[in-house]
Design a protein around this ligand. Structure first.
Ligand SMILES: Nc1nc2c(c(=O)[nH]1)N[C@H]1C(S)=C(S)[C@@H](COP(=O)(O)O)O[C@H]1N2
Ligand SMILES: [Mo]
Length: 515
């Protein structure tokens, strides 16, 4: 017997009603994805809600939040947002059986959340966000009503139940269209960045770095390249998508505790003297042996030149970089005082305009500091303040206020756990201590004494080196460790620490079997 309302009208079953909610909301979300792909400035509501969740910064979550910023985990977050929305919509479908008004309110609630999340994104056109929100809610409401009607039993059980078949057919069809629409939308969204016009030809630096000599790298299969390509360079940021800023309208403001605040456009920066240098940057959340580190040739305007032009006031002790979305990183003005240490507002990476994932049109690169306190991408403001007056994004979340890159070394080859033939084995990798420089690298096999590795000629103190130890390996199970000594003569510590709060310590260690 079909469930009925007090006035004996038959009701759709719970499962079909939930399905109707899921499909109505799914189709509406897919519609907004498609719009986002087709029209620049329209929000991907799923991404925007994900970004909102990230910005809520669950208290106490330190490593967890940082871990979230690995690319794969961002996909996990997106899937969670979609599943969460669909789960909610399923509930709304069930509620709508008896209380359609409440159901409509629920759908409107999801729409308002999406709109609120979208309006936080400076790259989103508010009018398009509104359009997408209203259209999405209207579509979901209409679909839910229609599907619920189809799911309602006809009340004449002896007849073949045509409405039930129509409900199933419509549901399957709609789900298919939604998945296809969302897929096309996402495809277009991802493709748009690749075709976005990027100004070419950043002027040559006033002093070109000399071409790397043959001794700047070691020829070992499997070792990290001495210069990391833009394609393989690690990426870490709080952005769920790749921000595509428009160089034509982009502006950089230098203000705060300065005598002459000013604002420049991209062309203004291109017209200034350009400086280029290799700098190795690293992420504080890199584990011992991890790959959140890379070395590139950066080119751009000297930060010092911009600061001189602005006239930094005597009391200013902190430089804060702010990106278009409000993300911030700050470091002491005193860090810039070291002779030979050149911080850049970088415009180019390895001879190309900054790729969008790495901060186009401009980012900060400060030799010797972890990225989260210095390397602001999609830079729009440089503010001079005091260390006491402001904390960058990650500092209130439990990460250190000041964070020089710790001395580290990594074994690239052989891989841990490998089984190799006895005889000559190349043990090799990279080591970094920007910008103290790497003076030496040593390797320890089992409990034997530390033995010196050969290192590549350092490009500069701000870059990593490659190292190589030729090992005549006897059969057995072995442990290999590596340690670096920095330019000040300090040996990489054996103490082990988690990445939080100021970077992981310890010596990369692998085990392998020789036969
Ligand atoms: N706008 C912005 N800039 C940012 C971040 C961010 O989340 N937002 N993350 C920082 C962190 S934690 C690091 S380690 C570096 C990484 O730079 P990359 O992605 O170019 O390797 O960027 C820094 N700049
Ligand atoms: Mo980082």
């Amino acid at each position: 017997m079909a469930e009925t309302t007090p006035n004996s009208r038959p009701l759709p079953g719970i499962v079909p009603a939930a399905l109707a909610g899921v499909i109505a909301a799914g189709a509406a979300l897919a519609g907004t994805e498609l719009l986002a792909g087709l029209v620049t400035g329209a929000p991907s509501v799923v991404l925007e809600i994900g970004a909102l969740l990230i910005s809520l910064q669950p208290p106490g979550a330190k490593q967890i939040v940082v871990d979230l910023f690995g690319t794969a985990d961002k996909v996990v977050l997106e899937i969670a947002v979609v599943l969460g929305a669909l789960g909610l919509a399923g509930g709304i479908g069930v509620v709508s059986r008896r209380r359609p008004g409440l159901g409509r309110l629920g759908l409107a609630g999801i729409g308002i959340l999406g709109l609120f999340a979208s309006l936080r994104d400076p790259l989103v056109e508010p009018i398009l966000a509104l359009l997408s929100g209203v259209a999405g809610v209207a579509l979901a409401t209409w679909l839910l009503g229609t599907l619920l009607r189809l799911a309602t039993p006809s009340g004449t059980p002896e007849m073949p139940d045509w409405s039930r078949r129509r409900f199933i057919g419509s549901s399957v069809g709609l789900a298919g269209v939604a998945v296809a629409g969302a897929g096309v939308g996402r495809l277009l969204l991802n493709r748009r960045g690749e075709t976005a016009p990027v100004p070419t030809g950043i002027p040559a630096a006033d002093q070109l770095v000399s071409p790397l000599g043959a001794d700047a790298s070691l020829d070992v299969p499997g070792i990290s390249d001495i210069v990391t390509s833009n394609e393989t360079f690690y990426r870490i940021d709080t952005s769920l998508f790749t921000p595509r800023l428009d160089a034509e309208t982009w502006q950089l403001t230098v203000d705060g505790m300065v005598d002459h605040p000013f604002t420049l456009g991209y062309a203004d920066l291109l017209a200034m003297p350009q400086h280029e240098q290799y700098v190795t940057i690293a992420c504080v959340s890199n584990e011992v042996g991890g790959n959140l580190v890379g070395n590139a040739l950066w080119k751009g305007v000297r930060l010092q030149e911009l600061l001189d032009r602005a006239g930094v006031q005597a009391g200013a002790t902190q430089v804060v970089g702010r990106s278009y979305d409000g993300w911030t990183a700050g470091f002491p003005t005193a860090w810039l005082a070291e002779p030979g240490r050149e911080a850049l507002v970088a415009l180019a990476m390895n001879g190309e305009p900054l790729p969008a994932p790495h901060g186009f049109p401009a980012r900060l690169i400060v030799p010797g500091l972890y990225g989260y306190v210095s390397a602001t991408k999609w830079l729009t403001q440089i503010e001079l303040t005091t260390l006491e007056a402001f904390d960058g994004y990650w500092v209130p979340l439990g990460w250190a206020k000041e964070a020089p890159i710790l001395t580290q070394s990594r074994i690239d080859v052989p891989r841990g756990g490998a089984t190799l033939a006895a005889g000559q084995i190349a043990v090799a990798g990279v080591a970094w201590a920007p910008d103290r420089g790497v003076a030496a690298v040593e390797v320890q096999i089992d409990d034997r004494p530390w033995a010196p590795a050969v290192i590549s000629a350092p490009i500069s103190d701000a870059t990593w080196v490659q190292w190589l130890y030729r090992w005549d390996a006897p059969a057995g199970n072995h442990i290999i460790r590596v340690r670096a000594t920095d330019g000040d003569g300090v040996v990489q510590t054996d103490a082990q620490t988690e990445p939080a709060p100021d970077g992981s310590r310890g010596r990369h260690t692998i085990g392998l079997t020789v036969r």
